[in-house]
Design a protein around this ligand. Structure first.
Ligand code: S1T
Ligand code: MG
Length: 538
C-alpha cells in the first residue's frame, strides 16, 4: 500500500464516501491513485469553490466527512471561502491538497503556484480548519492521518492534509484509527440530571435543535428525546430542515422578529430554553424581538454544556442526548399540530411573488413527494422558510453566495436523490455553471432560479445604490447548451406548469428561471430587514 492508498482507505474508514476535486500538476499523482484505485468515487467539477460547496453538502447530508481534493496554490487557495463556510457551520470537510515534492521544494527557485513561502498555504488553511498535517514522511503519515481525521469526526470541523507529490507512491503502513476520546460518565450523569431538573422546574420549557444535531447524526435520538420530554420543539435558522421526517411536534423555525410570532413568543418568554447543538450566531439570535438572556438558557454545543453561569466542559452532544434519553420515558402527550405552510398556488396570469414560489413547491411536494433542498444565500433562502420542513442544506450562518448549485450536486452525489436547488440570479452568476457537469454523472436537479435582475438583499438595506441592478442574463436559454432543460416563467400559471414539466423530465437538470420584479421580497425577508433596521434604530 502507498501513502495515497493508505489515506484513501482511512478516509473511507472514517465515513467518507466520495471525493470532489480538480487536479493540478502538484496533485496529479494523488488523483491518479484516486481514479485507478477506485477506493472512493471521484467527481471533478469546474471551479474549486464548487468543489468545496459540493463536498460540504455531501458531508452535511451524511453527517460524515466528505473530501475536497485540489492542487497546490491556485486550486487550494481558490477554495478557502468554501472551507471557511464549512468551519463556521461545523461541517466535517477533509481538504486534501497536492504539494511540491521535497527535492523541488529544496531548490533555490520560486515554484509556480507558490505565494509568500511554501508554508503559506498551510498557514492560511490553519485559520479555516481545526487540524492539519503535511504527509511528507511515510513513516509518520499513518499517525498524522489518524490524528487529523479523528479531529474532523470528533469535532465535526474541517481539516487540512497536504500530500507532497514525491511521497504519493511511497510504501506506507495502513492507518489505525484513533480510539474515541474518553468521556467521564459521572460528569455526563451530573449534567443530564441538572438539565432535567431545570426543565422540570420551568413553566415554559422549549427545546431548540440546531446544526450540530445533524452533524453528529443525532436526529433520530433527538426526535425520541423530544417525545420523552413532551415539550415544544423548534429549530434554529441554521437548523431548518432538522427532524423533517420526525414524529416530534416541530412547530417551526425560530427567527425572532422575522418569524412566526407564536414561535418567537414561545422561545423568548421561555424560562427553560434547551439549545441542543445550536450555534449562538447573529443569524440564529440577532433578530430577537426581546433581549433573549442566553445566560439563562441551557446550551449544549462544541462538546460542552453551559447552564446559566457554569459549564460542564467535556460533554459530547451524543453523550448528553443518550443520558437524557436514559433518564426519561415516552409520554402519551398528543403532539402539537405542526405549522401549516402556504400552498394551492392560483394558476393565473398574475406576476410571481417569492411567496408564490413557496406555494408552488409545497404543491409539488404534495403531488410528487418532498425533495431535499439545497439553497443559496439570498431571498431564496428566506423563501425556503415558507416551504414544508424538508431536508435543507444552506449557508444560513456563514451566508456565502455560490453555495446552492454545487451543494445540490453534492447532495445528489451523496444521497442518490433528486434535489431541488434554490438560487438567486446573483449567486447563479457565480457557480451556476457547475450544472454543466450534471450530464457526466447523471445528476438531474430541479433548479428554481429567482431572477429579479438584482442583488435584492443588498437593495433592501441600501435601496439608493444603483449597483444593485443586474442585467438580465436570460439563464433559461443557456440550459440546453449545458445539457439540461430551461424555461423562463413570468406568471403563476407558468410557474405551476414548469414544475409539472420538471417532475416528468428526469435524467437531466431542469432550470426554471422565475422572473420576479425588483423590490419583490418574501414576507420573511421583509420582516428580517425591518427587524434588523429597527434593531439599528434605522
Ligand atoms: N459575495 C459572496 C460570495 N457572498 C455574499 N453573501 C456577498 C458577496 C454579499 C451579498 C449578500 S446578499 C447579496 C450579496 C452580494 C446579493 C445576492 O443576490 P442574489 O443571489 O441575486 O439574491 P437576491 O436577489 O435574492 O438577494 C449577503 C447579505 O451578504
Ligand atoms: Mg437577485
Amino acid at each position: 500500500m502507498n501513502v495515497a492508498e493508505a489515506l484513501l482507505h482511512a478516509l473511507r474508514d472514517h465515513g467518507a464516501a466520495e471525493i470532489f476535486g480538480i487536479p493540478g500538476d502538484f496533485a496529479l499523482p494523488f488523483f491518479k491513485v484516486v481514479e485507478e484505485s477506485g477506493i472512493l468515487p471521484l467527481y471533478t467539477l469546474s471551479h474549486e469553490p464548487g468543489v468545496g460547496f459540493a463536498a460540504d453538502a455531501a458531508a452535511r447530508w451524511r453527517s460524515a466527512p466528505s473530501v475536497a481534493a485540489v492542487t497546490y496554490g491556485a486550486g487550494a487557495l481558490n477554495m478557502v471561502n468554501a472551507v471557511a463556510c464549512a468551519y463556521a457551520e461545523r461541517v466535517p470537510l477533509v481538504v486534501v491538497s497536492g504539494a511540491p515534492g521535497a527535492a523541488e521544494a529544496g531548490r533555490r527557485l520560486l515554484l509556480h503556484h507558490q505565494v509568500k513561502s511554501l508554508d503559506s498555504q498551510m498557514r492560511i488553511y490553519s485559520e479555516v480548519t481545526c487540524d492539519q498535517a503535511r504527509l511528507d514522511d511515510p513513516a509518520t503519515a499513518p499517525a498524522e492521518i489518524a490524528r487529523v481525521l479523528h479531529s474532523c469526526v470528533s469535532r465535526s470541523l474541517p481539516v487540512y492534509l497536504e500530500i507532497p507529490r514525491s511521497v504519493v507512491f511511497e510504501p506506507c503502513p495502513a492507518v489505525a484509527p484513533r480510539p474515541p476520546d474518553p468521556v467521564d460518565p459521572e460528569a455526563v450523569a451530573a449534567c443530564a440530571e441538572e438539565v432535567l431538573a431545570r426543565l422540570s422546574a420551568a413553566r415554559w420549557p422549549v427545546l431548540m435543535v440546531g446544526a450540530e444535531v445533524r452533524r453528529f447524526g443525532l436526529e433520530e435520538k433527538v426526535d425520541r428525546l423530544a417525545q420523552h420530554l413532551g415539550i415544544p420543539v423548534v429549530t434554529s435558522f441554521m437548523g431548518r430542515g432538522l427532524l423533517a421526517h420526525s414524529t416530534a411536534p416541530v412547530l417551526g423555525t425560530y427567527l425572532g422578529v422575522a418569524g412566526d410570532p407564536e414561535i418567537t413568543d414561545l422561545v423568548e418568554r421561555s424560562d427553560g430554553l434547551l439549545l441542543l447543538g445550536v450555534i449562538l450566531s447573529d443569524t440564529n439570535f440577532g433578530i430577537s424581538s426581546r433581549r433573549l438572556d442566553l445566560r439563562r438558557a441551557i446550551h449544549a454545543e462544541h462538546g460542552a454544556v453551559t447552564l446559566g453561569f457554569h459549564v460542564y466542559p467535556h460533554i459530547p452532544l451524543r453523550a448528553l442526548v443518550d443520558a437524557l434519553l436514559a433518564r426519561t420515558a415516552p409520554r402519551a402527550t398528543a403532539p402539537a399540530p405542526p405549522r401549516e405552510y402556504p400552498r394551492y398556488l392560483p394558476r393565473d396570469d398574475q406576476p410571481i411573488q417569492p411567496l408564490d414560489v413557496a406555494r408552488a413547491v409545497n404543491d409539488f411536494f404534495d403531488a410528487h413527494g418532498r425533495l431535499p433542498l439545497a439553497s443559496d444565500m439570498g431571498d431564496c433562502l428566506f423563501t425556503a422558510l415558507d416551504m414544508d420542513n424538508t431536508e435543507l442544506v444552506a449557508p444560513g450562518y456563514y451566508a456565502t453566495m455560490g453555495y446552492g448549485v454545487p451543494a445540490g450536486l453534492g447532495l445528489q452525489a451523496a444521497s442518490g436523490r433528486r434535489p431541488m436547488v434554490l438560487v438567486g440570479d446573483g449567486a447563479f452568476q457565480m457557480t451556476g455553471w457547475e450544472l454543466g457537469n450534471c450530464r457526466r454523472y447523471g445528476w438531474d436537479p430541479i433548479v428554481l432560479l429567482f431572477n429579479n435582475r438584482s442583488w435584492e438583499m443588498l437593495r433592501a438595506f441600501q435601496p439608493e445604490s444603483a449597483f444593485n441592478d443586474l442585467e438580465d442574463w436570460h439563464f433559461a436559454r443557456l440550459a440546453q447548451d449545458l445539457g439540461g432543460v430551461g424555461v423562463r416563467v413570468s406568471t403563476r400559471a407558468e410557474l405551476a406548469q414548469s414544475l409539472e414539466m420538471a417532475a416528468e423530465t428526469t435524467g437531466r437538470f431542469v432550470l426554471i428561471e422565475v422572473m420576479l420584479a425588483r423590490g419583490a421580497m418574501s414576507p420573511t425577508l421583509a420582516r428580517y430587514v425591518a427587524g434588523l433596521k429597527a434593531g439599528r434604530g434605522q
